[in-house]
Design a protein around this ligand. Structure first.
Ligand SMILES: Cc1ncc(COP(=O)(O)O)c(C=O)c1O
Length: 444
């Protein structure tokens, strides 16, 4: 039996209650899960509770959690400050569908951090990017959008395109073909989504040239975090913005993951840039569903004059806003955030040493609170380069480390770890000893 199969067997033996629940779940939930990315072989882990940096499964096994909710957990689990804010708000009512003072405070805090004049809250990253694209289309009066191959911006039709397209369908590296990631996306929608190669301005220029005055916006995750950790080359984002300006299109930063996690003010602060629209979500809610789209007064005028619709029963709901304010103002302080970043750096250095010691065909990359071991020796600049990564090693590391009590990253083959403000030096040491323990098996 190979190493991965052995680890899967150990996992199955340690998690009998999860297996039972997985069987029951399959009867009522397709694939037995509430989101495609929670599928796990041989069966998903069912969680009973979480606190601080720890998860407990339904079999009573404890794990140090570095997956941290696909990066939504910079505050860690059940942070006492967030829990108190949510409890106090729940006592006063969890939904009014009328406006509250807290929403004003949230708008001010988002403006302070991320630099856009005005904000509209919503509930998920996907909603934020959907609204951003509609605002851009409404403002410019154009239909087409550009996204980058390999980028994930949520599960709505316009952007569920060329995320991890099958290699046989992708076309030339400098002129990627738009490939729908799901059945059910209308052909007409697909025609309006154009795909460029990350870190390749010429591929964007080409789209502007061949779709003259038709492109409303370019949406970009400034550091591509759904392609491992794929950094923009020096000047790429700035030149991309110039290209948008020259062609009358808007630049949308999808900061669903980067917001708060590479700098307190996200990629705008890190790269000293002001995009035309900004989408934030995930970590800003401290564990509750909170997202928002922000832009200048000028761009938001299309929302203010009612020409572009933004609405939602749960938009700006008091529970999420209370959690968000507690998170942004009291939990993710500059000191706490910096401490998490420092621990992340220590973790990355420790992984580097283990890679060297065991001569693994791997490298590390980190930014802010996120990092990862990538099973390739070269940095990844775009989706085509990501294809070089050894996917089996990734599965081995994940299952092997889970079996010794550490969830090393979120369970997808392009995900990184998140060090939260509740992780400690002991947690970092525990990650490193778990990695050291399994490293000899990652060499074959
Ligand atoms: C960069 C990015 N944008 C958007 C989304 C969608 O966010 P949500 O899952 O909250 O809809 C994600 C989710 O992983 C993301 O990573």
């Amino acid at each position: 039996m190979n190493y991965l199969d052995q680890e899967k067997q150990r996992y199955a033996e340690r998690t009998p209650r999860s297996r039972q629940l997985a069987e029951a779940a399959r009867e009522v939930l397709p694939l037995g899960v509430s989101s495609h990315v929670r599928v796990f072989d041989p069966h998903p882990l069912f969680i009973a509770s979480a606190k601080g940096s720890r998860l407990k499964d339904v079999d009573g096994n404890e794990y140090i959690d570095f997956g941290m909710c696909f990066g939504a957990g910079l505050a860690g689990h059940a942070h006492p400050t967030v829990t108190r804010a949510v409890r106090e708000q729940a006592e006063r009512g969890s939904l009014y569908c009328l406006t509250t003072e807290s929403e004003v405070e949230l708008g001010r805090e988002l403006r302070r951090r991320f630099g856009q004049d005005q904000w509209r809250p919503c509930n998920s990253g996907g909603e934020a990017t959907m609204h951003a694209l509609r605002i851009a289309r409404g403002y410019t009066g154009r239909d087409k959008i550009v996204k980058f191959e390999g980028a994930y911006h949520g599960a709505h039709d316009a952007v569920l395109v060329s995320i991890k397209p099958p290699v046989g369908q992708i076309g030339r590296a400098d002129k990627p073909r738009a490939v729908a990631n799901s059945a059910g996306i209308p052909k007409g929608t697909l025609q309006n989504t154009l795909v460029a190669a990350f870190n390749d301005l010429r591929s964007v220029e080409h789209l502007f040239e061949s779709n003259l005055n038709q492109i409303a916006a370019v949406i970009v995750e400034p550091v591509m975090l759904n392609l491992c950790i794929c950094m923009p080359e020096d000047g790429f984002l700035q030149k991309l913005h110039e290209l948008c300006r020259t062609n009358g299109a808007l630049l949308i930063f999808d900061e669903v993951k980067t917001g708060t996690k590479i700098a307190p003010g996200g990629a705008s602060e890190y790269f000293k840039m002001k995009p035309d629209l900004t989408c934030v979500a995930k970590s800003i809610g401290g564990g509750l569903p909170l997202a928002a789209v922000g832009a200048s007064h000028e761009i938001m005028s299309v929302v203010a004059d009612l020409s572009v619709v933004h609405a939602g029963t749960f938009a700006g709901n008091p529970l999420s806003v209370a959690a968000g304010l507690a998170t942004l103002k009291e939990v993710l302080t500059p000191e706490a955030t910096q401490n998490a970043f420092n621990l992340c750096r220590t973790l990355t250095k420790g992984c580097d040493e283990i890679i060297r010691k065991h001569r693994l065909q791997a490298t590390t990359v980190h930014i802010g609170s996120m990092g990862m071991v990538m099973f390739t020796t070269e940095p990844v600049r775009n989706f085509r380069e990501w294809l070089r990564i050894d996917q089996t090693r990734w599965q081995e590391m994940l299952t092997g480390m889970l079996n010794v009590g550490v969830l090393p990253f979120a369970i997808d083959n392009d995900e990184q770890w998140t060090v939260s403000v509740q992780h400690t030096e002991e947690d970092i040491d525990a990650f490193l000893s778990a990695f050291e323990k399994i490293a000899p098996n990652l060499t074959s």
